[in-house]
Ligand binder design. Structure first.
Ligand SMILES: CC(C)(COP(=O)(O)OP(=O)(O)OC[C@H]1O[C@@H](n2cnc3c(N)ncnc32)[C@H](O)[C@@H]1OP(=O)(O)O)[C@@H](O)C(=O)NCCC(=O)NCCS
Length: 260
């Protein structure tokens, strides 16, 4: 059985072997040695591990493996009932499906703001610019449709005020993968409006459920999701492990590293 899966795109981005402990695997005294062997055999330099907050008794072991907590995330879920916003013109427009072409530079500014909320920004072992570059790359892939299936923007095309991006994760299920409102326009209901209108539109296109993962410390996002009817489903600790020396891993995104 394999415990660790190497992530091809992430490895290319960070310039070193990047992997995650497989979904559903919980580190225990019985499997930690085999996981460690696999990390070495696959020459993993950067490892992600998500563990349900329901498991606490193995945390000492997880830390001994060189994994460090960088975040706590929550998964929320909403069943898309027939409660789409009523009549009235939609203010969100899907730029992947006939919507206006939007100035990429303005979207990139928004993506950079979004990166500051991420686990990559919180990871002190990564260069500060790594999170920014990562979100810029995600945005490029989202705009080209490789990372996103639906890309809604709000506001004028030359200066959009926010965007929300979804991926299809099942026949009738989507995951909200990126959401941001320009800093000076926050707190005025735009986030809620974008979520409600885009989900209304996705329901009309046949989707019946939406999932979203966000940081537990991100009160603004949690408030917006709860207002829109999302319910908490689970919470996870997020750990990062850095295992390679600077020389071995390449300097691109590693600030410092500890030998294990
Ligand atoms: C999350 C975000 C999109 C919300 O957009 P917004 O337009 O500011 O949100 P809204 O005005 O629709 O407000 C939604 C709720 O959040 C609350 N809120 C807004 N800003 C807040 C803040 N800084 N702290 C706490 N709550 C806040 C609002 O009061 C409202 O709650 P209420 O109905 O109980 O009053 C926006 O804050 C943002 O872009 N943040 C940075 C990127 C990010 O974190 N994205 C989410 C990643 S999952």
């Amino acid at each position: 059985m394999s415990y660790v899966s190497v992530l091809k795109w992430d490895s290319g981005f960070f310039g070193r072997v990047t992997a995650r402990i497989r979904k559903g695997v919980v580190v225990t005294p019985a499997n930690s040695r085999r996981i460690g062997d696999e990390i070495r055999r696959k020459r993993v330099a950067f490892l992600y591990y998500f563990q349900s907050v329901g498991h606490l008794d193995n945390l000492g072991l997880v830390l001994k493996m060189g994994l460090r907590p960088v975040d706590v995330t929550a998964v929320l879920r909403k069943e898309l009932a027939a409660d789409a916003p009523g009549a009235g013109p939609l203010e969100v427009r899907d730029i992947l499906r006939g919507g206006p072409s939007v100035r990429l530079g303005a979207l990139k500014d928004l993506a950079r703001e979004l990166s500051r909320e991420s686990r990559f920004h919180a990871d002190r072992e990564l260069e500060r610019s790594a999170a920014v570059r990562l979100y810029e790359s995600w945005l490029d892939r989202a705009v080209s449709g490789t990372y996103a299936d639906f890309f809604f923007v709000i506001g004028p095309s030359e200066a959009p005020k926010g965007f929300v991006v979804y991926r299809t994760t099942g026949a009738r299920e989507v995951e909200l993968s990126l959401l941001v409102v320009m800093k000076h326009a926050r707190g005025r209901g735009l986030g809620r409006k974008m979520i409600e209108q885009s989900l209304g539109e996705l329901r009309r296109r046949g989707f019946r459920r939406c999932l979203v993962r966000t940081q537990l410390r991100n009160t603004a996002a949690l408030n917006a999701y709860e207002f829109c009817g999302f319910k908490f489903q689970e919470a996870s600790f997020v750990f990062h492990g850095h295992y390679a020396s600077r020389a071995a891993s390449g300097p691109r995104a590693l600030r410092s590293s500890r030998q294990t």
